[in-house]
Design a protein around this ligand. Structure first.
Ligand SMILES: Cc1cc2nc3c(=O)[nH]c(=O)nc-3n(C[C@H](O)[C@H](O)[C@H](O)COP(=O)(O)OP(=O)(O)OC[C@H]3O[C@@H](n4cnc5c(N)ncnc54)[C@H](O)[C@@H]3O)c2cc1C
Length: 360
């Protein structure tokens, strides 16, 4: 990890005439990285986010038993620029000794073998959402991040056809106009829907159409009867596993991550194929099936006092765009996100950064 922290926003020498007002849609790691970089280059940015806080799929659910990272579980760092950016989040990013195994399902029989760690697993503390929240705070303080506001339509500005305007719903519903450029930092299917409906964005719409993103049903369970360090954990000795069980592809012991509470908690991700097949199923039915699979794989048969499921309609890229971002310089509209390059947190960061560099 880097040792040299950099300032949150570096100053820029941009001439006022060259300064542009850019709308960024989506406050996940891609959108916030893009917005921060554009501001560092001297531009004015307004970020629109449909949820009540920034973070996107790097999210954390708080419960009376402790937190769950029900989106991204951890991240890896391969790009030097990501490493440098993480240095601005001093004390917030910590390594997680995941002690991962591969679990083979054989009619309920479990065979586990240690997976050698190829690279370090990093987590934000106290929850995965903390990293983007910290990076988004200066935007929030400067009133440049509009929360609880979904962008539903993008079109040319009625008063100035050289610019863009956005229609939004939610508490901040209305028309926001006067943008020199628009960046969609949202999952590809959602970006495609907005672009397809906009006359001026046809070229970009075609670019994004080929991307595929799979869903993921996620189960969260807590066992307050088992607490560290007084009582040993329930079930397996490993903290995370990739699974070939027909329902489950990944599970992790949340309480083994640094800076989390001591109550034994697991996050379980259904496989992309199973999630797709059961996408529209009733949540209670999905919960019952995933609990059964969890018991089969971990051997933990105790009834969890807390069990909940979350459906990610767009979770993991299965066919990426194949380039860092999409940018139509004539129409001044772009799209970025993890789906440009893959399905990792770092892909979102690199895509948001490259998108901003292309504009700036
Ligand atoms: C279950 C799951 C497990 C994962 N595990 C890992 C892992 O272990 N390691 C890893 O590296 N990655 C993992 N990932 C992937 C990782 O979470 C993503 O790569 C990363 O968070 C994507 O960031 P992003 O900014 O591109 O998109 P997002 O985080 O999806 O951000 C998009 C934002 O746009 C907002 N939005 C959408 N539409 C609109 C609209 N119309 N108007 C306004 N706002 C809008 C959304 O609310 C969201 O906040 C996982 C993802 C999931 C779902």
């Amino acid at each position: 990890m880097p040792k040299k922290p950099a300032p949150a926003f570096a100053s820029s020498n941009l001439e006022p005439a060259a300064q542009r007002h850019i709308a960024v849609v989506g406050a996940g790691i891609a959108g916030i990285t893009c917005a921060r970089t554009l501001i560092q280059a001297g531009h004015r940015v307004t970020v629109f986010e449909k949820s009540r806080s920034a973070g996107g799929r790097m999210s954390t659910r708080s419960t009376e038993f402790g937190s769950f990272d029900h989106g991204a579980q951890y991240f890896t760092v391969r790009d030097e620029r990501f490493e440098h950016a993480l240095a601005t989040a001093t004390g917030l990013v910590r390594p997680w000794s995941a002690n991962t195994v591969r679990v083979l399902d054989d009619s309920g029989q479990v065979v586990a073998a240690s997976l050698p760690a190829k690279e370090s697993h990093w987590v934000a503390t106290p929850g995965m959402n903390a990293l983007v929240l910290q990076w988004a705070q200066p935007l929030l303080d400067a009133d440049r991040l509009v929360l609880d506001t979904r962008v539903v339509y993008i079109e040319e500005d009625k008063l100035d056809p050289q610019r863009w305007q956005l229609q939004t719903d939610g508490p901040g519903a209305g028309v926001h106009s006067g943008f020199d450029a628009v960046v969609l930092a949202i999952p590809a299917p959602q970006a495609h829907a907005l672009l397809r409906d906009s006359e001026q964005a046809a070229a970009l719409s075609a670019d994004v159409a080929g991307v595929n993103v799979a869903p993921c049903w996620t189960l969260m369970v807590a066992f307050p009867q088992a607490q560290q360090p007084t009582l040993q954990s329930l079930g397996p000795q490993w903290n995370a596993a990739r699974s070939t069980h027909h329902r489950i592809s990944w599970m992790a012991r949340e309480s083994s991550k640094p800076g989390r509470g001591p109550i034994e908690r697991w996050t379980v991700q259904a496989s992309p194929a199973w999630s797709q097949r059961h996408l529209e199923d009733d949540a209670e039915r999905v919960k019952a099936k995933l609990l059964k699979a969890f018991a089969e794989v971990t051997g933990i048969r105790a009834e969890p006092p807390y069990a909940s499921v979350h459906r990610w309609r767009y979770a993991q890229t299965t066919r990426p765009l194949g380039k860092t971002h999409a940018w139509d310089a004539d129409a001044r509209i772009g799209a970025c996100g993890d789906w440009c390059l893959g399905h990792r947190v770092e892909d979102g960061f690199v895509s948001g950064l490259e998108m901003a560099l292309a504009i700036a």
